[in-house]
Design a protein around this ligand. Structure first.
Ligand code: NAD
Length: 494
């Protein structure tokens, strides 16, 4: 049975939402952690307080299932049938899943319904459809030999997820990892485990063997670390902060040298050249800066503008920002919900104070909203005169504060854009195609979008340069590389 948004919100009001461990499908007796919504800080239910014992149990089941071939032993066509059924069930439950992400993360319901869930569903269908179209290779040998280059599932995969796009990040990792035949253990962010729990239940309903997919909820330092340090996990695919990404490299080095794939933070530039179509650029600049409360890894949080058009552009942005209404994300007209939790709110708020102290000029926003309830709301804010020395220019804020810096020459624009430890995404605006080609090649980022803000789509690989991550890409056929290993089978004619 699926729930409507209103039913989900009603269950939340009664504190009845639950996300527990599903290890080989069994909901064991579990310790609990309170789950509060950032909308008004009320208790909406509980999640399992998992630990290393749960991870040990999940890994054992995952390994046994992998070795026995219950899932990986199926033909790609057979796995595809199950994955398509799962995709269909997720589609059928999309309103419920959207509402769960809304209440859990404080994301605007309109965004969850119209962006996150369609992208999630698309990801499941895409990988289900791709799985029986992957081929190996034959090496160019003499007639006395035959060399096959094959890609095999890697074994036991740990997927460690962030809180900002709960359903979508689940899909990005789990769909390709499971489709190729691995056993997968999912560790959702402790702040947003509800949609992951529901999607694993739907996987079992679709026919995914219970041993091939487990969910372990709980704290990063307990569950995440146990997964990272486990000696029988073959790869951990992690999306989250650069600080925690670093820890996974340490866990791997100190355990079994499991592969680690990191999708981490960003401080992405948006560069507006003097020949840009400003009117057309405005909605894209705003979306890059403020979409999902800027709790977005590819958020275009640094606006680098040619000095000749800065005044005009900022006047227009100061008007446009008023349309980004702050408030209860369960309402359809809201674009900016609360920050995900109090600690995060305090961190974002500290950038408002430090930027003013360091000489930033407030152009729009700048207030925190307490009157909206006990949640943590921050107005979309724009600061001009931000220099590369200031904290706002350097650090990932993950909240709605846009830093504006001006430039005079193309070289200066590129130097400012690349002046960051990160390299996840970048966008720029120019009507000159020759200039666009040159600039796109000179910017250090995994995704560079021209005349609009985009992360590409499911067909294109997504991932960063530098401290934004490495080791593999999400999305596209490239994602399969994270979850497979290449083997050579060499026949000798006798
Ligand atoms: P986070 O690093 O705090 O948490 C991510 C995951 O790691 C969670 O599941 C958490 O429980 C776990 N974790 C936390 N501490 C741990 C520890 N000590 N050991 C093991 N696991 C631990 O990140 P977040 O706050 O959930 O997400 C925000 C970050 O994610 C931002 O930096 C953002 O840029 C990044 N992000 C990146 C991408 C991308 O594709 N590059 C996408 C979304 C988010």
């Amino acid at each position: 049975m699926t729930m409507t948004q209103q039913q989900v919100f009603e269950c939340a009001k009664q504190g009845k939402l639950w996300a527990g461990n599903l290890i080989a499908g069994h909901p064991e007796q579990q310790n609990k952690l309170e789950n509060r919504t950032p909308i008004d800080n009320s208790v909406i239910g509980f999640i399992a307080d998992g630990d290393a014992n749960d991870i040990n149990a999940a890994v054992q089941v995952a390994r046994n299932t992998f070795n026995q071939g219950e899932w990986r032993g199926l033909s790609p066509q057979e796995r595809k049938v199950v994955m398509l059924k799962w995709a269909h069930l997720i589609e059928k439950h999309s309103e419920e899943l959207a509402a769960l992400d809304c209440i859990d993360a404080g994301k605007p319901i309109t965004e969850c319904l119209n962006t996150d869930l369609p992208a999630t569903i698309d990801t499941f269908y895409w990988y289900a459809e791709a799985i029986d179209k992957l081929f190996g290779k034959i090496a160019p040998t003499s007639h006395q030999e035959l060399g096959l280059i094959v890609h095999e599932p890697i074994g036991v995969v740990g997927a460690v997820l962030p809180w900002n796009f709960p359903a979508q990040m689940f899909a990005w990792k789990v769909a390709p990892a499971l489709a190729v035949g691995n056993s997968v253990i999912v560790k959702p962010a402790e702040l947003t485990s509800l949609s992951a729990y529901r999607m694993v239940e739907l996987a079992y309903e679709a026919g995914v063997p219970k041993g091939a997919l487990s969910l372990v909820c709980g704290l990063g330092e307990k569950v995440g670390e146990a997964l990272g340090r486990h000696h029988d996990v073959d790869v951990v695919s992690f999306t989250g902060s650069t600080e925690v990404g670093r820890l996974f490299l340490k866990y791997s080095a100190e355990s079994n040298l499991k592969e680690i794939v990191l999708e981490c933070g960003g401080k992405s530039p948006q560069v507006v050249f003097e020949d840009a179509n400003i009117e057309a650029a405005i909605p894209h600049i705003m979306a890059a800066a403020f979409w999902n409360m800027s709790e977005n890894c590819s958020c275009g949080s640094r606006l680098i503008v040619h000095e000749s058009i800065k005044k005009t552009l900022l006047e227009k942005l100061a008007v446009a920002v008023k349309e980004w209404k702050v408030g209860d994300p369960r309402h359809a007209d809201i674009s900016i919900g609360p920050m995900v939790e109090q600690a995060h709110f305090e961190k974002v708020k500290s950038f408002l104070d430090s930027t003013l102290k360091e000489g930033g000029k407030l152009i729009a926003g700048g207030k925190v909203h307490h009157e909206l309830g006990a949640g943590w709301y921050i107005e979309p804010t724009i600061f001009d005169e931000v220099t590369p020395e200031m904290s706002l220019f350097k650090h990932e804020v993950f909240g709605p504060i846009l830093a504006v810096t001006s430039f005079k020459t193309d070289d200066e624009a590129v130097a400012l854009a690349n002046n960051t430890q990160y390299g996840l995404a970048a966008s720029f605006y120019s009507q000159n195609i020759h200039r666009a080609m040159q600039i796109a090649q000179r910017i250090n980022a995994g995704t560079v979008s021209v005349n609009g803000f985009s992360e590409g789509n499911i067909t294109t690989p997504f991932g960063g340069f530098r401290q934004s991550g490495f080791g593999g890409k999400d999305n596209g056929l490239e994602a399969f590389e994270q979850y497979t290993q290449t083997k050579v089978i060499w026949f000798i004619h006798q």
